[in-house]
Design a protein around this ligand. Structure first.
Ligand code: 9WO
Length: 441
């Protein structure tokens, strides 16, 4: 295969082509790389390749004539312009490009190139990502490197076949080599010995393959939710992934510490409606529990009594077969707690991990130290984590923020189409649960 790089800085490109896989491919005659410099196609004595932009604006633009002449000299080939405005490069496209006989990689400098060059002499624009470089050369080197290693004969056969087949759409698993025990740390920090995971020295190849697969799946879920969304986990994969987020999410209706209209910290009263409406929402969206939080003992007793009455009515009324479907079934999710600390320690004991504590608020500037997330982004971020989630709904005029330091995340407020924003806690809770866990219509 031949790759021609059109650049006014050929020394940037040349320097990178002698070492490693690309250097060896050239030595073996599998890859031919040439550079063509537009400056060699100028006709004035200053060898000018740039000019001022029509319409004004900062900087300079590459003149079309020297660039067009350089591209023409490269000869017939697939002509690529490296630009942040191009289509993002994928491994699939790299594979296709590696099958072509001649690639011409055109590099811009200054503020860009005359658009007519792109219209008349470019077949494809490619971007490496949403960032701006000072020129296309480093981008061209990336394309060159990615393509060259796929040219037949450049890599050993074993590597190239192995690559795509059984881990397609996943990130790489972690790799280790000797020493078995690596001692890290310097004068300023204590020494830590990091060992290679024992499974890799077990000699059991099936167990090793399964571990690597698990690692790749877990990493992809955490680091590349976009990639993970396109991946269909096998049954075995799912066994090692956390259960669905709703199943480990608990709702807490917080009656203390809340604030009143003056901002004073208060304890609000438990209401009948809040207990069973939010219980029914919690069951509908598949939550693990619904906690009524109040330090007032008689309120907890009253709430427990109401929940109990509903469940007894169900047992007396419906036949056994209809039990699951009876609306009072939701009351089984209801639990009483004297404080948020109690709920947190209960969940920590039940799930073996401390919960992420997520606040909701009608205020845009609530919990300034917490990570602010939309409901959808919160689900994406927390789904790959094994820990449970405790979702706080404040009563009264909202949660007393300074008194709840355990909050790590805060949901962006629900906003309607007016400036008047006083949803009931039951409505706000239902909307949040739908935004997090509702099936798309
Ligand atoms: C810069 C630019 C910025 C926003 C939208 C479109 C854009 N096009 C260009 C452009 O073509 N710039 C020229 C090439 C001149 C300045 C340096 N150039 C460049 C290419 N900077 N960054 C790239 C690049 C190439 C591929 N992937 C990421 C960035």
């Amino acid at each position: 295969m031949k790759i021609t790089v059109v650049t006014i800085l050929p020394e940037v490109v040349d320097g990178a082509l002698t070492a490693g896989v690309v250097g060896r491919a050239r030595d073996a005659g599998l890859l031919e790389v040439a550079t063509v410099n537009p400056r060699d196609f100028t006709t004035d004595k200053h060898r000018t390749v740039d000019d001022t932009p029509y319409g004004g604006g900062p900087g300079m633009v590459m003149k079309p004539e020297p660039l067009l002449a350089a591209i023409a000299t490269a000869g017939p080939g697939h002509r690529i312009y490296m630009s942040p405005a191009g289509r993002p490069l994928t491994q699939a496209r790299v594979r296709e490009l590696s099958a072509l006989p001649h690639l011409v990689l055109v590099c811009g400098r200054y503020e860009g190139i005359d658009e007519r060059v792109i219209e008349t002499a470019i077949d494809e624009e490619i971007s490496l990502g949403d960032y701006v470089l000072s020129g296309g050369e480093l981008g061209a080197l990336v394309v060159l490197d990615a393509v060259a290693r796929l040219v037949p004969g450049v890599l050993g056969e074993a590597t190239s076949v192995d690559e795509e087949s059984h881990s397609a759409g996943l990130l790489e698993y972690p790799q280790y080599t000797r020493p078995l025990k690596l001692v890290t740390g310097d004068a300023t920090s204590a020494e830590i010995t990091r060992e290679v995971p024992a499974v890799l020295t077990s000699g059991n190849h099936a167990v090793i393959a399964a571990w690597r697969r698990q690692q790749a799946v877990a990493r992809t879920a955490r680091r590349r939710p976009d990639m993970f969304a396109r991946f269909t986990p096998t049954k075995a994969d799912r066994k090692h992934l956390p259960p669905p987020l709703a199943r480990r999410t608990h709702l807490a209706l917080v009656h203390h510490p809340c604030v009143d209209r003056t901002g004073a910290v208060v304890t609000t009263s438990v209401t009948n409606f809040d207990i069973h409406d939010l219980a029914r929402s919690s069951l509908t969206y598949g939550l693990a529990g619904y906690h009524i939080v109040t330090p007032i003992t008689v309120h907890r007793e009253k709430a427990a009594h109401i929940a109990q009455l509903w469940m007894e009515a169900e047992a007396a009324g419906a036949g056994l077969g209809a039990m699951r479907d009876h609306r009072s079934h939701a009351l089984r999710l209801v639990r009483m707690a004297d404080s948020l600390e109690t709920v947190i320690s209960e969940l920590t004991a039940e799930h073996g991990l401390a919960p992420f504590v997520v606040a909701s608020s009608a205020r845009r500037d609530a919990f300034p130290a917490a990570a602010r997330r939309t409901p959808a982004d919160l689900v994406t971020e927390l789904s790959p984590e094994p820990a449970p989630v405790l979702l706080l709904l404040g009563t009264g005029w909202g949660l007393a923020e300074p008194q709840i330091p355990s909050v790590s995340h805060v949901l962006t407020p629900i906003e309607g189409a007016s400036d008047w924003n006083h949803l009931s806690v039951r409505s706000a809770g239902a909307i949040l649960l739908d935004r997090m866990f509702g099936r798309a219509p």
